[in-house]
Design a protein around this ligand. Structure first.
Ligand code: RFL
Ligand code: PHB
Length: 404
């Protein structure tokens, strides 16, 4: 058996695990990443597209913002289409100048993997049968790598292994509580090399269900349709997808929509899910391993980033001056922000989707709520300040260094 000793073992090489690795590397903290999939698989997954300003700032601090600054598209507004009318929310004007950046999660992942490779840091891709043990005493991670058994002995384990990972599943049942809501529909997503229908994202509430017009660049579009949970991607030809999208759009957008062959098509179920607490002895959960939001508020990747901001800061504090304060506060601080993002994502999902079970009364109330939000400065501000991302404070590496 190969024995590896390190300070932090990171399980999962999604954006959460990679970003934590990069921030620990910057602080000179020894760590490894263990990932069950191949590097190619990880770097080609198509997922999120919107970064809050605080996430952009964190990627800048991690030193992986070169491509982001060159190719990310800053957006200062979004459109909401309801009852055939588009309404623009001027995010920047409503939030004192804040905006979001359109930059694919795929690109974030590639940038972080590239930085990791350049720095020559240890990653075990295609690790099989990953298991974590003794995280209340002396943490261990075991797995098979290139047909060899490995054991990592470490101070801490960072469970960044997503919703289906092994870390949350390893916590004793009496130490963990989960909260869940599953929605009766999914999002059918299509990626296509066609120019976006508009300069800004359009969130569409229609009698036929929700739709979203998003993008990855000026030449690559990402569109979504609300579909029943029972639907299957094979039921949707490209032509059927474009026809249904057109049916949910306003006449002007329908006219402007440029269609083309899909380069990716998939259905994602929608779920709200929170784990409490997010720390178990020397095991920390971060990102989708700890919580899931429906994608309507564009919060999943951004929450993963804010968890990592808190976790990296806590670990840096521990290794620089021996203080356990950040470690002890990790779960509570994360959960405060997580629940607010859960609430916002749930609310946006309710407001904009068609629920089969909703009565005519429920439907009318929802229309009235949307009409109120869009017609009121207070309503618009509430939506905008949640969408651009709620602020949070952490101590940065440079501040620790100045203090010591
Ligand atoms: P990930 O990305 O799932 O990465 C977890 C990694 O752990 C690995 N793993 C294991 N490794 C070792 N051993 C095991 N036993 C393991 N089990 C799993 C996995 O292979 C994987 O590599 O979690 P992470 O890092 O927490 O990142 C979270 C984000 O990926 C997620 O929240 C977002 O994609 C959500 N999301 C969005 N978030 C936003 O902020 N803005 C958006 O616009 C947005 N749009 C979306 C989204 C998610 C979507 N889908 C597909 C659910 C749109 C969609 C359609
Ligand atoms: C995306 O571009 O994939 C995207 C954008 C906004 C969302 C969800 C997904 O709310």
């Amino acid at each position: 058996m190969e024995i590896v000793k390190t300070k932090v073992a990171i399980i999962g090489s999604g954006p959460a695990g990679l970003l934590l690795g990069q921030l620990l590397y910057k602080a000179g903290i020894d760590h490894v990443i263990v990932e069950q999939r191949s590097a190619d698989y990880v770097s080609s997954r198509i997922r999120a597209g919107i970064l809050e300003q605080v996430s952009v700032d964190l990627l800048t601090e991690a030193g992986v913002d070169e491509n982001l600054k060159a190719h990310g598209l800053p957006h200062s507004g979004i459109e909401i289409l309801t009852q055939g009318q588009k309404h623009r929310l001027d995010l920047a004007a409503l939030t004192g100048g804040k905006q979001v950046t359109v930059y694919g999660q795929t690109e974030v992942t590639k940038d972080l993997m590239h930085a990791r490779e350049q720095a020559g840091l240890s990653s075990y891709y295609e690790a099989h049968n990953v298991q974590i043990d003794d995280f209340y005493t002396q943490p261990k991670v075991t797995f098979q790598y290139q047909n060899q058994p490995y054991q990592i002995e470490c101070d801490f384990i960072a469970g960044c292994d997503g919703f289906h990972g092994v870390c949350r599943a390893s916590v004793p049942e009496d130490k963990i509580k989960t909260f869940e809501k599953v929605y009766p529909f999914g999002w059918l997503g299509v990626l296509a090399d066609v120019p976006p229908v508009a300069d800004e994202l359009i969130y569409v509430q229609s009698e036929r269900g929700f739709a979203l017009c998003s993008m990855r660049s000026e030449t690559r579009s990402r569109y979504y349709l609300q579909v029943p949970l029972t639907d299957h991607v094979d039921n949707w030809s490209d032509e059927q997808f474009w026809d249904e999208l057109k049916n949910r759009l306003d006449p002007e957008s329908r006219e402007k929509l440029i269609t083309g062959p899909s380069i990716e098509k998939s259905i994602a179920p929608l779920r709200s899910f929170v784990t409490e607490p997010m720390r178990f002895g020397k095991l920390f959960l971060a990102g989708d391993a700890a919580h899931i939001v429906p994608p309507t508020g564009a919060k999943g990747l951004n929450l993963a980033a804010s968890d990592i901001a808190y976790l990296s800061s806590a670990l840096i504090q521990y290794y620089l001056d021996g203080s356990e304060q950040g470690i002890n506060e990790y779960s509570e601080k994360c959960l405060q922000r997580v629940w607010k993002a859960e609430r916002f994502s749930w609310w946006m999902t309710h407001l904009l989707h068609r629920f089969e079970t909703e009565s005519e009364f429920d439907h009318k109330i929802k229309q009235a709520e949307l009409s109120y939000i869009l017609g009121s400065l207070a309503g618009q501000t509430t939506l905008a300040e949640n969408y651009v991302g709620l602020p949070y404070e952490i101590k940065h590496l440079s501040e620790f260094q100045q203090a010591s």
